[in-house]
Design a binder for this molecule. Structure first.
Ligand SMILES: Nc1nc2c(ncn2[C@@H]2O[C@H](COP(=O)(O)OP(=O)(O)OP(=O)(O)O)[C@@H](O)[C@H]2O)c(=O)[nH]1
Length: 704
């Protein structure tokens, strides 16, 4: 028992040090009607006046009271400490009362309203027994003052929240001088603990019963039986309090009262504040033993959570070899992540979140292979003229010379102009690739271990990387523009994929019916032959090509009008030339398109992607790894530093709690598998009161 007491004591202490509210140690909740004497019971257990008193509703916020027995303290050294004022020790118990009042007013207002936000108070004393008690507002029926109309419901909900958990012992306080059979406290307890295995009945104000009446039947567990029975009390009246009757005297008088009362003399040893304190302590210890396995699991879960948090926060920079080392590591890790995701790695990025989308290098590949190619295909030839205008162009391109079969000059001029249409897709390809690189940078930065703790460094790394990528982009844009200009600067009619002869042949074949029949001579050479300026006929000379005569425009008499204006209609030959020019331009356009489809992505890869990959680390080192910047950028986010500090404290406390529990399982032989009674006195059969006659009739007593 001592061992369990000390375990609970130590657990309470460690949990009181740090705010670890989610670990629920077994506790005792005090419920009862208003003015039933709940606060008086608590004060009697502590042996000190420290709770607010007055008429009407006094307890308006739950008060979670940890009583910690500290034998090393002298009675004058006992002190209280509030959860909301850590480190501040209250040795004057009047100040504790004032602070409870203040905390209540702060949260629930100065009127009569209630709040369910608890006040945590720990009392360290050599005279208390180890307990965790919760003082709760009293059950009430009628709203008074500024209380809302549903005050009854509100208070009920608050009480239920505390008494529902199985590891709570319910201390059901009823005043003996009111109708016990209708006790609200007992009814409420019965609702949540129907067989009464965790309800201890307390009957106060036994001194106020009408003469000749007593509550012995209740105390003997014969009227409303509870497994844990009842304890009768006779506490200080309001008059006693007003007259400053000491706690010590009150307890002595109480003992006398029970010893001398004819109805209670035989059960005097089972009545009174002292007995109640010991009983509650024993009950709690048994409860602790029983719930230790559960507590252990809770602690383990909390520890796991804290460790996950700590991993997220990373180590404090001073533990990682200082700021310089951290920055070095962050730059290296970032550059590696950036490079790896460009190379392609199924394990990088947020693949678990988004398996359906492309990442990293694959997105760049998509830019090159799909979006850029689509842009190229959409960049259509546009000669910006109709056939008549084109024909004029063709004629103009020949100048004073007679027209020849293939209007090469015109083709060259038009082709060179059309190539500029590839400029925009190429520039868009650079922009899109640049955008993907920036996206990758952002993702890679997000993956650098611990970088979120240094928001300034992170932002600066982002800025510098962006600037670096912008520089590379400018260089790439220039180069890509040059590549397009280079393509336009020389129309390579000898390109193996161009094959102008084939183009001309196809056009001629297609237009054959429109072309007048050739005269006798067969064709000797390919149709492209006349395109060679060297072979062009001089004005007046017959053309070398046998087809030429048919294609020479034959002025038609009827086209000369009276004023001698020569109106030239579009002859079949002109149509052919126009068509040939168009088709040649189109074919060459495709040849160049294939060239740029290949060369632009290569340029982007070389000047932007690979350059950024290879130079990222050295570039960032050059830009950031300087003493002045290390100092100014390596300021850890205050929120994270604070969260880490709290998590470390929680971790320490939880480790300690784990050790305490380890200790007890090895040394005390306390069964940790649940259900153990773990030392302490076993209650008398049928609870601390007398066993109920004929077993429990609790179920039949309260209407359901
Ligand atoms: N004579 C006598 N008076 C008592 C006894 N117990 C409590 N009182 C008085 O009853 C009044 C109410 O007691 P509290 O302890 O404040 O009751 P409470 O249940 O905490 O009240 P609320 O917190 O307002 O619900 C006080 O004046 C106490 O002095 C008792 O056993 N005998």
């Amino acid at each position: 028992m001592d061992n369990l007491l000390s375990v609970m004591n130590r657990l309470m202490k460690v949990f009181a040090q740090a705010n670890v509210p989610s670990i629920q140690l077994p506790r005792i909740a005090v419920v009862g009607a208003q003015s039933a004497g709940k606060s008086s019971v608590l004060e009697a257990l502590v042996g000190r006046d420290f709770l607010p008193r007055g008429s009407g509703i006094v307890t308006r916020r739950p008060l979670v009271l940890h009583l910690i027995n500290e034998p090393s303290l002298s009675p004058t050294q006992e002190y209280g400490e509030f959860g909301h004022l850590p480190g501040k020790r209250y040795t004057d118990f009047n100040d504790i009362r004032t602070q409870i009042d203040k905390a209540t007013d702060d949260e629930a207002g100065t009127g009569k309203a209630v709040s369910n936000k608890p006040i945590f108070l720990t009392i360290h004393s050599p005279t208390v027994v180890n307990l965790i008690l919760v003082d709760l507002p009293g059950l009430t029926k009628v709203a008074v003052g500024d209380q809302p109309k549903d005050i009854e419901k509100q208070i009920l909900a608050m009480l239920e929240e505390y008494i529902k958990p199985e590891n709570t012992i319910i201390l059901a306080v009823s005043a003996g001088n009111v109708d016990l059979a209708n006790s609200d406290a007992l009814k409420l307890a019965h609702k949540h603990d129907p067989d009464g295995h965790r309800t201890l009945g307390v009957i106060t104000k036994l001194d106020l019963l009408d003469q000749g009446t007593d509550a012995a039947d209740y105390l003997n567990n014969q009227v409303i039986p509870l497994r844990l029975g009842y304890v009768g009390l006779c506490l200080r009246s309001q008059k006693d309090i007003n007259e400053n009757k000491s706690m010590k005297n009150a307890i002595e008088d109480e003992e006398k009262f029970f010893r001398n009362h004819p109805a209670y003399a035989t059960i005097a040893s089972r009545c009174g504040t002292r007995y109640l304190g010991q009983t509650m302590s024993d009950l709690l210890i048994k409860h602790v033993a029983k719930t230790l396995p559960q507590t252990r699991v809770q602690i383990a879960n909390q520890l796991a959570q804290v460790e996950r948090d700590l991993a997220r926060f990373g180590k404090a920079p001073e533990l990682e070899g200082g700021n310089q080392a951290f920055m070095l590591r962050a730059i290296t890790e970032f550059s590696q992540r950036y490079s790896t995701s460009l190379e392609g790695d199924v394990n990088t990025g947020n693949e678990s979140k988004d398996k359906a989308s492309l990442r990293g290098g694959a997105r760049l590949n998509h830019v090159f292979k799909e979006s850029y190619v689509t842009d190229l295909l959409e960049a259509k030839i546009d000669l910006e003229m109709n056939d008549d205008q084109l024909q004029i162009q063709i004629r103009n391109s020949f100048g004073v010379n007679s027209t020849l079969f293939v209007p090469e000059k015109c083709f060259l001029q038009l082709s060179s102009r059309q190539i500029d249409r590839f400029r925009l897709p190429a520039l868009r390809c650079v922009e899109k690739s640049h955008y993907e690189c920036i996206t990758l940078v952002r993702q890679s930065l997000g993956q650098v271990d611990g970088l979120t703790r240094f928001p300034q460094l992170r932002a600066r790394m982002m800025d510098e990387t962006q600037m670096f990528l912008n520089q590379l982009k400018e260089k790439t844009l220039q180069h890509v523009t040059k590549l397009i200009e280079i393509e336009g600067s020389f129309v390579n009619v000898d390109h193996p994929k161009f094959n102008p002869l084939k183009v001309v042949e196809t056009v001629l074949k297609r237009l054959e019916p429109e072309v007048p029949e050739p005269e006798a001579q067969p064709q000797q050479q390919g149709q492209a032959q006349p395109a060679n300026p060297a072979e062009r006929g001089r004005p007046g000379q017959p053309p070398p090509n046998p087809k030429q005569p048919q294609q020479q425009p034959q002025p038609q008499e009827e086209e000369f009008d009276e004023v001698g204006i020569f109106i030239r209609t579009l002859t079949a030959q002109d149509k052919t030339k126009t068509e040939i020019v168009k088709k040649l331009v189109e074919k060459y356009y495709k040849v160049v398109r294939a060239n740029v489809a290949d060369s632009i992505p290569k340029a982007v890869m070389f000047f932007l992607v690979q350059a950024s990959r290879q130079q990222m680390q050295s570039e960032l080192m050059k830009r950031l790894y300087r003493d002045d910047l290390i100092k100014s950028l390596m300021k850890e986010d205050e929120g994270i530093a604070l969260q880490r500090k709290n998590a470390l404290e929680r971790q320490k406390v939880l480790h300690e709690a784990e050790m305490i529990l380890e200790d007890i399982s090895f040394t005390a032989g306390v069964p940790l598998s649940g259900g153990g009674m773990g030392g302490g006195r076993a209650p008398p059969r049928g609870g601390y009161g007398r066993p109920p006659p004929g077993g429990s009739n609790a179920d039949t007593y309260f209407p359901k």
